[in-house]
Every structure is written in structure tokens, then in C-alpha cells.
Design a protein around this ligand. Structure first.
Ligand SMILES: Nc1ncnc2c1ncn2[C@@H]1O[C@H](COP(=O)(O)OP(=O)(O)OP(=O)(O)O)[C@@H](O)[C@H]1O
Ligand SMILES: [Mg+2]
Length: 271
């Protein structure tokens, strides 16, 4: 675990934020807080080149369901996702999942899918097999899981084909099959459908929804407001590295309370 990710002391108690209470989701119950999908962030900051890029006093995400992360370009969404997955170390603060400090142990139970899939120069099936082998599954178990996952994303007919010959949408479905093959407790998606056609977007949304319904916590960054409306249980809106608001989706889309979210939904750029 990177030194700066190592907890130096017990996590600070959740403090009321300066934001008005209506702009926040209710705190999770103690039982929910212990579930592996329950993210808790306290006093999180990421500094680089003299700038504070992420600055989150307090955030608690529900242990289940789909949290959509929104905000304009440069708001800090991707950095936030990398921080909570333990890929980069914060300058300050505390991150935990189900009360386990963020680090290699929590990362091993999670999967991250990027906008551009990073695939191995091997067959479609070998891309899924690779992650299963790394987790020590037997050959028989791998074969079965691989077939199950490729069927789930509609790629079974392409199993022997080189992955790089797949179309963009097919490659993204393969990336999702590979992510879900490890049966992650948390699925993180960074604009995973940004360059896909409408049918591919809906295919991926269906797979993500099924995963969420089966108990996987989903945290999904998107600029697609229609997609956020379709998928979100709650929305965390980031502005200049801070959480401007975090509310149930129905309330958020009815009328955001922060000026930055309102401007975003209205297509105005807030400088
Ligand atoms: N390593 C770095 N050093 C300095 N600044 C960085 C670094 N990485 C990102 N930034 C800056 O941090 C800010 C947030 O970046 P981030 O990629 O998280 O934005 P984002 O919300 O994901 O935007 P987008 O919607 O365009 O993907 C940006 O202003 C970016 O230039
Ligand atoms: Mg980004």
C-alpha cells in the first residue's frame, strides 16, 4: 500500500458538512456502512503542481445501487475514481470501503472500466481467461466462467477472434465481461460508453443494471444526462474538485440545488 494511503490513525468521525442538509443523501445505517460497496471518504485532498484538484470533506455512498458521478470537464471525476480505487494516493484524507481502508485488498474486489478499453493482443476468450488465471481459478472453472461472461455480453460467437479486431462497442462489451468475470463487489466505470452507438450504449447499460441488481455496487462517470437519468439511484455532482451535491436521482433531476449542477444540466459552462 502506498505510504500516503496507509491510515495514520482511526478514521475521523463523520462531521456535518457545510452544505445544506437537503443537498446530501442520508447517512447509511451502521449495517450498510459495513457492506463492501459502502464508500466513505473523509477530508480527502489531492494536490498537484500547487493546485488542489480534489477536495472532499465528507462523502458516504450507499453500499448498493448505481451512483452516477457527474460534473463538467476537469471537475476531478476521473481523479476521484482513481483515488477511491487506490490507483493514486491522496495528499490527505481517509478512504474506506465497508470500513476497510482503501488499498490493495479493496482494489482486488473491484473492477474499473475506462472509456477506451485496454485489451490484450490475444483472443477475446484469452482476455477474460487472463484475469481469471491471475486469480487462481482452475482451468475448468475458467472455461465455464469465460463462456458465461461472453454469453452475457453477446460475444460468444467471437471467442476465438483476436480482441483487437472487434468493433469499439464490442471491445467495450469485452472489457465489461472481463471486469465482471471476477465478480467484483464494486464496478467503477469512467465514461465507459462515451464513444458508442445507441444500441451498444443500451447493451452496456443493461449489463451494468443486471450487475447492480445482483448486488454489485456501481459507480459510473458520465456526461450523458439521459444515461444518468436511466441508471442513477443517486447522483454525486463534482465541481472544481468538490462535491457540490449528492442526492437521490429523482430529486437531483427534478431540480439541482447547486448553481454548478443547474448550469451543467442547462448546458451552460460555469467558469
Ligand atoms: N497528474 C496531474 N497533474 C496535474 N494536474 C492534473 C493531473 N491529472 C489531472 N489533472 C488536472 O485535474 C483536473 C481534474 O482532472 P480529471 O481528469 O479528474 O477531470 P474530469 O472531471 O475527469 O474531466 P473530463 O470530464 O474531461 O474527463 C483537471 O484540471 C486536470 O487537468
Ligand atoms: Mg475524466
Amino acid at each position: 500500500m502506498p505510504e500516503s494511503l496507509r491510515p495514520r490513525s482511526a478514521p475521523p468521525a463523520a462531521e456535518p458538512s457545510a452544505a445544506p442538509p437537503a443537498a446530501r443523501l442520508p447517512e447509511p445505517s451502521p449495517r450498510d456502512r459495513a457492506r463492501p460497496g459502502a464508500l466513505r471518504v473523509e477530508g480527502l485532498a489531492l494536490d498537484a503542481q500547487g493546485r488542489r484538484l480534489v477536495d472532499i470533506d465528507h462523502l458516504a455512498l450507499p453500499a448498493g445501487g448505481v451512483t452516477m458521478v457527474m460534473g463538467q470537464n476537469g471537475a476531478g471525476k476521473s481523479l476521484f475514481l482513481r483515488l477511491i480505487h487506490g490507483l493514486i494516493a491522496p495528499s490527505h484524507g481517509w478512504i474506506s470501503w465497508g470500513e476497510v481502508p482503501c488499498g490493495p485488498a479493496t482494489r482486488a474486489t473491484q473492477a474499473l472500466v475506462f472509456q477506451k478499453p485496454v485489451l490484450l493482443r490475444r483472443s477475446v476468450a484469452a482476455n477474460v481467461d487472463f484475469v481469471l488465471k491471475a486469480r487462481g481459478l482452475s482451468r475448468a472453472a475458467r472455461r465455464e466462467r469465460c463462456a458465461e461472461m461472453l454469453a452475457r455480453v453477446g460475444l460468444e460467437a467471437h471467442a476465438r477472434q483476436p480482441a483487437r479486431l472487434l468493433s469499439g462497442g464490442e471491445q467495450q462489451r469485452l472489457a465489461l465481461a472481463r471486469a465482471l468475470a471476477i465478480r467484483p463487489q464494486v464496478l467503477l466505470l469512467d465514461e465507459a460508453t462515451a464513444s458508442l452507438d445507441p444500441a451498444s450504449v443500451l447493451a452496456i447499460e443493461r449489463i451494468v443494471t443486471e450487475a447492480a441488481e445482483a448486488g454489485t455496487k456501481v459507480i459510473f462517470i458520465t456526461h450523458d444526462i439521459g444515461q444518468a437519468r436511466r441508471l442513477a439511484d443517486d447522483v454525486a455532482f463534482l465541481h472544481r474538485g468538490r462535491i457540490a451535491e449528492h442526492r437521490p436521482a429523482a430529486q437531483f433531476f427534478l431540480g439541482p440545488q447547486s448553481e454548478s449542477a443547474l448550469a451543467y444540466l442547462e448546458g451552460r459552462i460555469l467558469l
